[in-house]
Design a protein around this ligand. Structure first.
Ligand SMILES: C[S@@+](CC[C@H](N)C(=O)[O-])C[C@H]1O[C@@H](n2cnc3c(N)ncnc32)[C@H](O)[C@@H]1O
Length: 522
């Protein structure tokens, strides 16, 4: 049963401002190279490292102690770690083993040696010393980062697909969502964030994901991950073959508002997602789900229309799914394929007047700039030719040509075009230099899957019709501002005028009567 009180919210839902011990963090090595790490409090030597647990990357070694209690997004510098002790530890263990075998001394008779205690139980942790080998960034876990870094057990649903799917199936805070199969949990993490509106207390209904997976090992791994990520109580994972077992949990309906099926044969699971028992469903199927002919329980929310998405890699699966949907009463069926394309935005820095920085193309920006530079060179050559010849300068020129360095005569030119520090500070900031350009990927990454969407309307009974008619009687609709047509407006004005006229004549009649009364009494 879901916990009633929680001291710690999942880092996926509220990571807080800083990194925490025993919690998931994402170490970003480079833009698309991410590493999930469960940060540990250093507690003595760990795996041979005197600094405690260490993350080793090609940018250097990063003891967990340097990544703990820092603001998310921090840059973490690599540390010099005592990697030598790892080898020593292994050697030590081997030596110890050999020693134990060689000496027939009973361990019971021996006092534990102080040296041994020092050696193995070094509770003190060595302070990490910064190294210049590199740095990483430490990021809070999000479903997007998890999708990029998670240990793949299956094909996963990627961010462009699941963001669109969750929007189309109307997953929002408080929704109940059914998902099958769970696979590597990529979609699950995005889904739980979409429906989260708090951890449910006993008997309370809050946004929740009911997830199903029939592969034993994947189920076990996912169960552990959900617990490590603080998502128990928000995701209920069931080990089941949904084709035969359906979607009830402990014989009860999840009352789902939305469904996502990432299965090889969604049409086999669809009959279980009906409001009533489908006629062609074998008795055995129903029995397996605790859904007998008489006691059919639908896993869907009876008070709402239910939105579904199925994810299939090939069109044959789509056609079978669509046929089953039509047969089972789903409407508004349509299919979408997400053709995601990454756009890389950068500044195109081309020109002769730019710094000789990395990424700068020091060639003329346009024809005008090229002509101006040619004119400048020609003028300088003419100047040079007019001057009396200087043997030293000629020598310099020849030498410069050989080594490719600027000759004396060219110093002015380079000086002129490479702006001084002062000039640079007043000029455009380097990151704003050049034209902003976007480049698409040379080719769109291959197709992932076809998404089939559909809606199963809420059941509408005679009683519902009568209740709606009583609540909204025909002919007594309230006027809506802005919805009055020309004729109705004319009629309204006419009525108002008549009222005013009626009021005026009533006033006149009252005056006449008062006058008559006055005459009589007078
Ligand atoms: C492609 S993976 C799902 C990936 C997942 N959506 C994700 O984003 O990580 C499909 C999963 O469905 C599971 N599966 C296949 N048939 C199933 C069934 N009849 N009942 C439950 N799970 C099933 C498979 O074991 C597999 O893990």
């Amino acid at each position: 049963m879901a916990p009633t009180t929680r001291t710690c919210v999942s880092p996926f839902l509220d990571p807080g401002p800083r990194t925490k011990a025993n919690s998931l963090a994402i170490v970003q090595l480079s833009r698309d190279n991410l590493l999930p790490v469960y940060l540990q409090v250093p507690n003595g030597e760990h795996d041979g490292y005197a600094e405690g647990a260490v993350v080793n990357t090609r940018y250097g070694s990063f003891p967990h102690s340097t990544m703990l209690d820092v603001p998310w997004g921090s840059q973490i510098r690599a540390s010099k770690v005592d990697t030598g002790s790892r080898g020593r530890k292994r050697k030590r263990e081997a030596d110890d083993q050999a020693c134990r075998e060689a000496t027939a001394v009973s361990e019971k008779d021996e006092e534990p040696s102080a040296a041994g205690a020092d050696r193995d139980g070094a509770a003190a942790v060595k302070q990490a010393v910064a190294d210049s080998s590199g740095f990483v960034h430490i990021l809070p876990p999000t479903p997007e980062l998890w999708t990029t870094s998670l240990p793949h057990r299956t094909q996963v649903v990627y961010t462009p697909d699941y963001s669109y799917i969750l929007h189309r199936i109307r997953a929002r805070p408080g929704s109940t969502l059914i998902e099958a199969g769970a696979g590597s949990g990529s979609f699950t993490h995005a889904a739980v964030r979409a429906v989260y509106n708090g951890y449910p207390a006993e008997g309370q209904r809050k946004g929740k994901v009911f997830s199903f997976e029939f592969h034993e090992q994947r189920y076990q791994k996912m169960k552990k991950e959900l617990s490590d990520h603080g998502l128990e109580g928000l995701v209920q994972l069931t080990h089941r073959d949904v084709y035969s077992g359906g979607f009830l949990v402990d014989g009860k309906s999840p009352e789902a508002d939305a469904v996502f099926l990432d299965l090889p044969a969604p049409w086999e699971a669809l009959p279980h997602l009906s409001r009533r028992r489908p006629q062609d469903m074998a008795d055995t199927d129903g029995a397996a789900a605790g859904n007998g002919q008489q006691s059919w329980v639908s896993p869907l929310n009876p008070r709402k229309s239910v939105y579904i998405c199925t994810f299939s890699p090939c069109i044959e699966q789509v056609t079978r799914t669509v046929s089953a949907m039509r047969r089972l009463g789903w409407v508004d069926i349509d299919m979408v394929e997400i053709a995601n394309r990454k756009l890389h935005a950068s500044r195109d820095r081309v020109g002769l007047n730019l710094n000789f920085d990395r990424g700068v193309n020091n060639s003329p920006r346009d024809v005008e700039e090229a002509l101006a530079r040619l004119a400048e060179i020609e003028a300088r050559s003419r100047e040079q030719a007019a001057k009396p010849r200087d043997a030293d300068a000629d020598e310099d020129m020849d030498l410069a040509d050989e080594v490719g360095a600027p000759a004396k005569g060219n110093e002015a030119r380079n000086g002129e075009h490479a702006p001084s520090t002062e000039e640079t500070s007043t000029a455009t900031a380097p990151w704003m230099e050049g034209r902003l350009i976007t480049r698409g990927e040379p080719e769109i990454k291959s197709h992932t899957s076809y998404l089939v969407f559909a809606v199963l309307p809420m059941e509408w009974t005679e009683q519902d019709e009568a209740a709606a008619a009583a609540k909204y009687p025909v002919g007594k609709e309230q006027k809506v501002i802005g919805a009055i047509d020309k004729a109705a407006r004319k009629q309204e004005r006419r009525e108002l005028l008549q009222k005013q006229q009626g009021g005026a004549s009533r006033k006149a009649r009252r005056k006449e009567r008062d006058e008559k009364l006055g005459e009589i009494s007078g």
